[in-house]
Design a protein around this ligand. Structure first.
Ligand SMILES: C[S@@+](CC[C@H](N)C(=O)[O-])C[C@H]1O[C@@H](n2cnc3c(N)ncnc32)[C@H](O)[C@@H]1O
Length: 192
């Protein structure tokens, strides 16, 4: 088995990657994680999805490719130039709402709302406001993060933040947690 063979990526991905490279964006989500996101998304019909950290829309495109027609995805990033790439490539999808905002502020504004799936790919809802993000999950909802294995671009002190986050997730009551030392390092959390 070769994990990277025949991923059958969404149609928009080639164009998003071309724009992503041209923009010099280096924090893009990798294909394996994105493929997992799509497969998980396909298991949640008529669901509400939240993505924290849209980037240029790679993970957004894969999530949309797994979602059914009744599902809705809200994605947020604070960089308008990255979101312009996302909008150019997948912005016409009626299931998608794109928000340009500070992640912390936006996450706080969602208090009281509920989601079935959260991909937390920025500081908000991952290294900050973790409990606030998990609070947004419906029962049986899924929370997904990646980049948990050491990466060459981690700044000084980041490894300690990752270790603290993993320890916090491991200790939580009311959730079921699985760590995957696969791709960039993925953690799956489901709410009881
Ligand atoms: C790991 S990247 C997201 C990658 C994206 N999910 C993909 O598929 O390529 C993290 C993103 O967080 C965004 N970001 C950083 N600080 C932020 C903040 N305070 N509020 C909102 N977004 C932020 C960055 O602009 C960047 O696009």
């Amino acid at each position: 088995m070769n994990d990277l063979n025949n991923l059958r990526e969404p149609e928009s991905i080639a164009s998003i990657w071309a724009d992503t490279r041209a923009a010099g964006f280096t924090m893009a989500s990798e294909p394996l994680t994105c493929s997992l996101l799509r497969t998980l998304a396909a298991s949640k019909p008529s669901a509400r999805f939240l993505e924290l950290g849209s980037g240029t829309g790679l993970s957004t495109a894969w999530l949309l490719d797994g979602m059914d027609s009744e599902s809705r995805l809200t994605t947020v990033d604070n960089d308008e130039s990255l979101l312009a790439i996302l909008k150019r490539n997948v912005g016409a999808d009626p299931r998608l709402t794109v928000v340009c905002s500070d992640g912390d502020e936006f996450l706080r504004s969602l208090r009281g709302e509920r989601f079935d799936f959260i991909f937390a790919d920025t500081w908000a809802g991952k290294y900050r406001l973790l409990n606030e993000a998990l609070e947004l999950l419906n029962p049986a909802g899924l929370y997904v993060i990646d980049d948990m294995l050491p990466q060459p671009n981690w700044p000084e002190g980041h490894a300690e933040k990752v270790a603290s986050l993993i320890a916090a997730l491991e200790a939580m009551e009311g959730y079921r947690v699985t760590k995957l030392s696969w791709a960039s390092g993925v953690i799956l959390v489901s709410k009881l």
